[in-house]
Design a binder for this molecule. Structure first.
Ligand code: GLV
Ligand code: MN
Ligand code: MN
Length: 427
């Protein structure tokens, strides 16, 4: 979907007619997609891996090339800073993440960072001064695909998690977050969370179908839905697949199958917006002629209304206990993450809405179904997000795709929202 103004024909708000270079932004997306690029055209760039190190190194060089200095904190969050004319003011910040899912796409998180780089490039190219410093942040471990939960390092930054607990998280292979961070050379000395911020803006693909279906270029994001993660361990008994009668089994995988069905039913019963997912399963001993004695799996429950999430959890717990009893397995069901619904800053939302309007981009308000670092930043600073459409609403998939003109439009709105905040805040 392309619309007028993506190349800077409109939007005469704060910042005059400065606009991003959409072609350079698209080129950055394709260039960084090499780091962890998959044969299917997606990206596998799990946090704190060699691929992550390579894209971080690229980020430093690219930001330095547009006149920024780059630092990183004790959680590995990277900050690219363009000075302000009053450099004592706290920075207006932009950001997102460069880590991906195991079968991720080229846009999730990436356009927020590279769109921010496009903003810095536009300011640099035009010599446009801002009063506040402008900073671009690459957050560590947004996806939560390697270390649970998601948004871990923005969470430490915002005081939601302690640094100690975050550093001690382990991946499924037992590797500690801190060791992985040190291993790629990105454990900085600035304590995470000691960095001043005046406001935070995050550009992202929608990751859902609404903008595309309604032919909108810009989603004015008013908030993020509530989400909770759980870990379940079911313990039954390993036994012979041929000689153990059906009535004498304690089959942990059978119980898991029934619980997966229950997650699905609970989400459907709490509609229209509720969603429930089991995305990770480890079956043990995972041998074709052994009745499985132990299963570990995860659950993700979400709804824009925290009360609905609470009811889903209660209903699922009852169902799961009944299933465990019926299958003769022991259950440990632990809630490992609770990220309540978030409402973004009205003035920042309004700036995005006005800016989209001034460019003539078709826009609508929208609530995010996905988690974002902005959800935690909203706790400590005026925050909002800008969405652009993605094809078929598909995300967390190697085929994830978005149009260059839409990404450029989103980055132009990001630029103007940042300049609006520069003019509006600390005036
Ligand atoms: C992050 O991608 C999430 O919404 O889980
Ligand atoms: Mn993301
Ligand atoms: Mn994601």
């Amino acid at each position: 979907m392309s619309n007028t103004g993506a190349n800077g024909t409109g939007g005469q708000g704060a910042g005059g007619n400065v606009t991003v270079d959409g072609a350079a932004l698209w080129n950055d997306i394709l260039e960084t997609a090499r780091f962890g690029g998959t044969p299917k055209g997606g990206i596998r760039r799990l946090t704190l891996t060699e691929e992550d190190r390579l894209v971080r190194d690229w980020f430093i060089a690219a930001c330095q090339a547009v006149g920024c200095t780059v630092t990183y904190d004790s959680m590995g969050n990277q900050f690219a800073r363009r000075p302000g004319t009053d450099d004592s003011l706290p920075p207006i910040t932009m950001g997102s993440h460069l880590d991906t899912q195991p079968t991720g796409g080229k846009f999730d998180g990436i356009i927020g960072v590279l769109g921010g780089l496009a903003v810095l490039r536009a300011l640099h190219a035009t010599g446009h001064d801002t009063r506040h410093p402008i900073e671009l942040i690459n957050w560590t471990n947004e996806e939560g695909a390697r270390f649970a939960p998601a948004m871990l390092s923005s969470g430490v930054f915002a005081g939601v998690f302690t640094e100690h607990e975050a550093l001690d998280k382990t991946d499924r292979a037992g590797i500690r977050f801190e060791d992985a961070l040190v291993g790629i050379g990105y454990r900085g000395t600035e304590p995470c969370g000691q960095h001043p911020v005046a406001a935070y803006f995050e550009l992202h693909i929608e990751q859902g179908p609404i903008l595309e279906a309604e032919n909108k270029t810009i989603g004015v994001v008013t908030g993020v839905q509530g989400m909770r993660w759980y870990e379940v361990t079911l313990t039954g008994r390993d036994s012979h697949a041929g000689s153990t009668p059906m009535t004498m089994r304690a089959d942990a995988l059978l119980a898991t199958a029934r619980m997966i069905e229950a997650v699905n039913e609970v989400a459907l019963a709490h509609g229209p917006d509720a969603v429930g997912t089991v995305g990770l399963i480890e079956n043990r001993p995972n041998s074709r002629n052994v009745v499985p004695g132990e299963v570990f799996f995860t659950i993700d429950l979400r709804d824009p209304d925290d009360a609905v999430v609470e009811r889903m959890e209660a209903t699922f717990r009852d169902r799961a206990e009944a299933i465990a009893t019926e299958c003769g397995v022991q259950m440990i069901l632990e809630r490992v993450w609770d990220s309540p619904a978030v409402h973004f800053d009205p003035a920042c939302i309004d700036a995005v809405r006005r800016t989209a309007g001034s460019f003539g981009y078709p826009a609508r308000d929208i609530v995010s179904g996905a988690g974002h670092d902005a959800a935690y930043m909203a706790r400590i600073t005026p925050t909002t997000m800008i969405f652009v459409p993605c094809a078929g609403g598909l995300s967390h998939n190697e085929a994830e795709s978005a149009e260059s003109a839409d990404v450029a439009a989103g980055a132009n709105v990001l630029l103007r929202a940042v300049l609006d905040a520069d003019a509006r805040l600390d005036a």
